[in-house]
Design a protein around this ligand. Structure first.
Ligand code: AP5
Length: 222
């Protein structure tokens, strides 16, 4: 019998590897991946009013106003698949008000994973990042190159993936991170994000496996 589903938050500076780890985590644990940045980019691509407004902030590397982003995230977390399979929340919350509003709606994580990567590595990761529009997979020209010529030919780049923009995103991150972390003190697990992605994943995998075992044990003791 299965225990309660996992509820996971993952955080870290821009290009610390959140999206990459989320691909690996969802493949193994079948959690619903809810990424604030992806939800926003979908809104921008759809050309909605919220999307247009959001893009102005994203271009400046600033946080999109909470009234745009909070409802999107809560709605996705409330859906049946997230409730039944568990969720993996990526890039949210990024401010104290986002965190307190999530808590108020009852969305509390079992674990808060923090990917630690020093700033000098982040710029290189951003500038070399490419995305496959067909599969959604994240690549890096040096660290995670495309498997085939066909994929290489169709890769795209994000509009905020320049050296100049990532520095702005980093400033935003640095000015908000402490206030968010302090609200999840008991759930934080720090992971060295400078290791190769498979090694970063094996650290995360170990912690999640333990957590699931605890949940199953808790169920058995009822
Ligand atoms: P968002 O899309 O969340 O961007 P971000 O936080 O800057 O993070 P990234 O997606 O750039 O990086 P990542 O950590 O996922 O790294 P990845 O795995 O791709 O947000 C974008 C914007 O939306 C924000 O600026 C803001 O405006 C808005 N927004 C988002 N959330 C918001 C919120 N909560 N509130 C308000 N506004 C919000 O990896 C990066 C590269 O490195 C890849 O090329 C990858 O292949 C490579 N790589 C990954 N891991 C490794 C490794 N271990 N070794 C070597 N290379 C690696």
């Amino acid at each position: 019998e299965k225990g309660e589903p996992l509820r996971v938050m993952i955080s870290g500076a821009p290009a610390s590897g959140k999206g990459t780890q989320c691909e690996l985590i969802t493949k193994k644990y079948n959690l619903v991946h809810v990424a604030a940045g992806d939800l926003l980019r979908a809104e921008v691509a759809a050309g909605t009013e919220n999307g247009k407004r959001a893009k102005e902030f994203m271009e400046m590397g600033k946080l999109v106003p909470i009234e745009i982003v909070a409802a999107m995230v809560k709605e996705r977390l409330s859906q049946q698949d997230s409730q039944e399979n568990g969720w993996l929340l990526d890039g949210y919350p990024r401010s104290e008000s986002q965190a307190t509003s999530l808590k108020k709606f009852g969305f509390v994580p079992d674990i808060f994973i923090l990917l630690e990567v020093p700033e000098e590595i982040l710029v290189e990761r951003v500038v070399g990042r490419r995305l496959d529009p067909v599969t959604g997979k994240i690549y890096h020209l040096t660290y995670s190159p495309p498997e085939t010529e066909e994929i290489a030919a169709r890769l795209t780049q994000r509009f905020d993936d320049t050296e100049e923009k990532v520095k702005l995103r980093l400033l935003t991150h640095n000015s908000n991170v402490e206030s968010v972390l302090s609200l999840y003190n008991d759930q934080i697990v720090k992971v060295d994000g400078t290791l190769p992605k498979e090694e970063v994943f094996s650290q995360i995998d170990r912690v999640l496996t333990e957590l699931l075992a605890k949940k199953e044990a808790a169920l058995g003791s009822l």
